[in-house]
Design a binder for this molecule. Structure first.
Ligand code: FAD
Length: 276
């Protein structure tokens, strides 16, 4: 039987970090379960974070007005992407599950990991206009975010100062992972490991160990299927889908909330008064 493959895309500078411990735990547990685990240790690889014309070997189509998406699509088709990108694409093609392990930086992934996403998820290879979201190229693969924060959990709640973590993760989980078709597993969040006791840190790692026992069998997060939107009408929800949800208390997803969720950003009407 061919074993399932897991790719861990890992971004931390230090082998003594909590992120390193979470990554090592994943390698240990998933390998013991019989999966083939590969790690892309981005800082150790000095992975290039910037999306530039240097990602293409040889001539580009239009050097005067270089369009990264279009040029890298052509380069991917012609086998002219640089070796570092091609190697990550090879790992991704083989993987059944991709785990992104990182410390949260400015409410998102560190730049080196964003660079991996910008450069490896090439147009044509990872998505096309026709193949995205629920019909995306990687719809038979799973992916998940596993990360640490500096903030306590309460700060990232619906009543907390940072706002709801579900909102924070929407661009990554929907805009990148699900956009490429991945079935997105619930995130693994290690809250504020630098600010808790060593017992609490051990408990968090034990929880991760336990979760990994059934990780590949977990149901992914729910997203609205692509065919619920009308491509002829600017990808708005089809009227029948909208109607079906009109009387419901909540919207469809964090992003497509139908104006119901408290996520709607309103202008601050008192601002001009305060600054008069
Ligand atoms: C540029 C930048 C932007 C940031 N933006 C945000 C943000 O937007 N939101 C936010 O919440 N935070 C933010 N942070 C904070 C950041 O997310 C945290 O500092 C980080 O997540 C902590 O994880 P770590 O792995 O680096 O912890 P570490 O400091 O490496 O580890 C925490 C503790 O775990 C211990 N440890 C290591 N291995 C083990 C083990 N095996 N078992 C038990 N304990 C162990 C370590 O010794 C240490 O005491 C930001 C930080 C930076 C630098």
């Amino acid at each position: 039987m061919v074993s399932k493959k897991v790719l861990i895309v890992y971004a931390h500078q230090s082998s003594g970090s909590f992120n390193s411990a979470a990554k090592d735990a994943a390698v240990e547990v998933l390998t013991a379960k019989g999966y083939a685990v590969e790690v892309s240790d981005l800082y150790a690889m000095t992975f290039k974070a910037t999306a530039t014309a240097e990602d293409i070997t040889g001539e580009v189509k239009n050097a005067d007005h270089f369009c990264y998406g279009e040029e890298t699509k052509l380069a991917w088709e012609a086998g002219k992407l640089t070796a570092d990108i091609t190697e990550e694409q090879r790992k991704l093609t083989e993987a059944d599950l991709v785990i992104f392990q990182f410390p949260m930086y400015w409410f998102t992934v560190p730049d080196i990991m964003k660079g991996w996403m910008d450069r490896v998820l090439t147009l044509g290879f990872a998505f096309t206009h026709e193949k995205r979201y629920s019909q995306g190229i990687f719809k038979d693969k799973k992916a998940m975010l596993s990360f640490t924060t500096g903030s306590q959990e309460s700060m990232f709640s619906a009543n907390g100062i940072n706002g709801d973590m579900n909102v924070t993760l929407w661009p990554l989980q929907n805009g990148i992972l699900h956009y490429c078709g991945f079935q997105v597993l619930a995130p693994q969040i290690f809250w504020a490991p630098s600010h808790v006791s060593s017992e609490a840190r051990s408990t968090m790692l034990e929880g991760w160990h336990t979760r990994m026992q059934g990780l590949l069998g977990e149901n992914p997060l729910a997203f609205t299927p692509l065919d619920c939107f009308d491509g002829e009408k600017g990808y708005q929800l089809k009227p029948e889908v909208h109607e079906k949800h009109a009387a419901k208390e909540f919207g469809l997803t964090v992003g497509t909330h139908l104006g119901k969720a408290p996520t709607t950003q309103q202008p601050d009407e008192s601002w001009s008064l305060k600054n008069e």
